[in-house]
Design a protein around this ligand. Structure first.
Ligand SMILES: NC(=O)C1=CN([C@@H]2O[C@H](COP(=O)(O)OP(=O)(O)OC[C@H]3O[C@@H](n4cnc5c(N)ncnc54)[C@H](OP(=O)(O)O)[C@@H]3O)[C@@H](O)[C@H]2O)C=CC1
Ligand SMILES: O=C1O[C@H](COP(=O)(O)O)[C@@H](O)[C@H](O)[C@H]1O
Length: 502
């Protein structure tokens, strides 16, 4: 794909600074990702890494904390030690100048006072975000290389708080220095959406209201808060998953073809389609909250959401949400885009279902089923197209079958990197294609803020569903009302890959 930012500058040293290095995200995702990129020789040489947090750690203790997540193979041990030899750690406050001055001196030492590019990863709670970014800007910027700042969600709680954050950041950095991570944009099948759509004539010419009945975008997780409901209860599933991951997928499914693959051309189209979406209302939604399953085999499964000790007994925070979005433009008017997401459900799955309309002028006595293009994001990346065929043999009966592109079969020997690997490498390369621009964010909050405020103001009660179920029955009814037909007749006769994901 021809686009900017596909290469990094291999001649200049790079320093990667991880704020919140002692935390959960850092040890489970950021350090492992940096190690994998280093292991596979994908980073510029030399790149050094510096952790920063309040905890009094050493590089050795940090290394020990990260070990369970690093997936080090015995033959990689030497390289693994090399990786840690490139690491340093500074303990300091988030709000004082002095600590940041110490950090900057340490960075200069690591860089031998040479020209260096710096990447700052903010794996931090939003409460310290503002002071850390101010201190980075005032004290820690590389003076001759470039500086890039990676930010993790939540990007605010609603339109006003998100705008305040965007304004704060805009006062410190240029938009091209800011990399807002939505890790779903780093997933293989999400990145594939543009190619599927714009690289296939057969799909591009049917991708519209004349052919498509509805689009269903799903995220499901088979576990609850696992005792960490405190964070979740402040946000809920709409802010946690729907407003970001699912809406990003929607915009890639629904946007017009960009002028080129330049990141700004793509993001311009994403913003345009978001602008055509009306704000959600309660009538467009089904909200759920899980109850414990007394027959559950784990403590998590037996514990209902409000029984989590870190969640209040009368919390009305949704752990499940379905929302029907309408896109008011020439391509999509009248086609419901149904977003569904939930925790404590029956399976782990993220997928997009493009359901085509019924065949007009039926000659098969009502036995045709709708075509459906399924883009399975996880687990087990696959693209399959459900279609009708004549049953093989002497009969003239018809049956449902599929054109199947299961990655595990077709691309058996390919390595699919983790989303964070792709995205962090993009930051080294300066490609913002898979990062969220501030105007995308503004539109996303415009769509969701009114409903979020209403749920909080009116204390709207979610419908309860049992841990391990498919969620509230009302959600299936809402799909039906919105032109998504489920027949239950489809049978997949496929191999190992499919069964292991059922
Ligand atoms: N390449 C491959 O590996 C392929 C694998 N397969 C496998 O075959 C299986 C079946 O294929 P699939 O496309 O899912 O076909 P189905 O049409 O059988 O199911 C579609 C989805 O409908 C949902 N559903 C279940 N009950 C209802 C209901 N009452 N109302 C509305 N929706 C309902 C389920 O998802 P939910 O619970 O989320 O609503 C289900 O996944 C899949 O699990 C898939 O893994 C199929 C083709 C290719
Ligand atoms: O951003 C989030 O995503 C994870 C799910 O990510 P996945 O890559 O494992 O699908 C979710 O568990 C978490 O609540 C949410 O904040």
């Amino acid at each position: 794909m021809v686009c900017e930012g596909t290469h990094f500058d291999g001649k200049i040293p790079h320093t990667f600074v991880i704020f919140g290095a002692s935390g959960d995200l850092a040890k489970k995702k950021i350090y492992p990702t940096l190690w994998w990129l280093y292991r596979d020789d994908l980073l510029p040489k030399p790149t050094k890494f510096c952790g920063y947090a309040r905890s009094m750690l050493t590089t050795e203790t940090l290394k020990a904390q990260c070990l369970p997540y690093m997936k080090v193979q015995p033959h990689e041990q030497n390289k693994y030690e090399e990786f840690w030899a490139l690491n340093d750690y500074v303990s300091g406050r988030y709000d004082g100048r002095t600590s940041f001055e110490v950090l900057n001196q340490r960075l200069e030492m690591m860089e031998n006072k040479n020209k260096a590019n710096r990447i700052f990863y903010l794996a931090l709670p939003p409460s310290v975000f503002e002071e850390v970014t101010v201190n980075i800007k005032q004290i820690c910027m590389s003076l001759c290389g470039w500086n890039r700042v990676i930010i993790e969600k939540p990007f605010g709680r609603d339109d006003a708080s998100s705008q305040a954050l965007s304004d704060h950041l805009a006062g410190l950095f240029n938009e091209d220095q800011l990399y807002r991570i939505d890790h779903y944009l780093g997933k293989e099948m999400v990145q594939n959406l543009m190619t599927i759509r714009f690289g296939n004539k057969i799909l591009s010419s049917t991708w519209n209201r004349e052919n498509i009945a509805s689009v269903l975008i799903t995220f499901k997780e088979p576990f609850g808060t696992q005792g960490r409901g405190g964070y979740f209860d402040e946000f809920g599933i709409i802010r946690d998953v729907m407003q970001n991951h699912l809406l990003q997928i929607l915009s890639l499914v629904a946007m017009e073809k960009p002028v080129s693959c330049h990141p700004d051309d793509i993001r311009d189209e994403k913003v345009k389609v978001l602008k055509s979406i009306e704000a959600l209302t309660l009538d467009d939604m089904v909200l759920g909250q899980y109850l414990g399953n007394p027959q559950g085999t784990t403590e998590d499964a037996r514990t209902g959401y409000v029984e989590d000790p870190t969640v209040s007994n009368d919390s009305n925070t949704p752990t499940y949400a379905l929302g029907v979005l309408k896109i008011n433009n020439e391509r999509w008017q009248g086609v419901p885009f149904i977003l569904r997401c939930g925790k404590a459900l029956n399976e782990r799955k993220a997928e997009v279902r493009i359901q085509y309309q019924d065949v007009p002028g039926d000659i098969f006595e009502g036995s045709t089923k709708r075509n459906e293009l399924v883009i399975r994001v996880q687990p087990g990346e696959a693209l399959y197209f459900k279609m009708m065929t004549k049953s093989p043999g002497i009969t003239f009966d018809i049956e449902e079958t599929e054109l199947d592109l299961t990655y595990e079969h077709r691309y058996k020997d390919s390595y699919l990197p983790d989303a964070y690997e792709r995205l962090i490498l993009d930051v080294f390369c300066g490609s913002q294609m898979h990062f969220v621009r501030s105007d995308e964010l503004r539109e996303a909050w415009r769509i969701f803020t009114p409903i979020l405020h209403q749920i909080e103001r009116e204390r709207v009660r979610p419908i309860t569903y049992q841990y391990g179920s498919r969620g509230p029955k009302e959600a299936d009814r809402k799909c039906e009302e919105n032109n998504f037909k489920y027949s239950g007749s489809y049978k997949w006769h496929g191999g190992k890959a499919a069964t292991s994901n059922l």
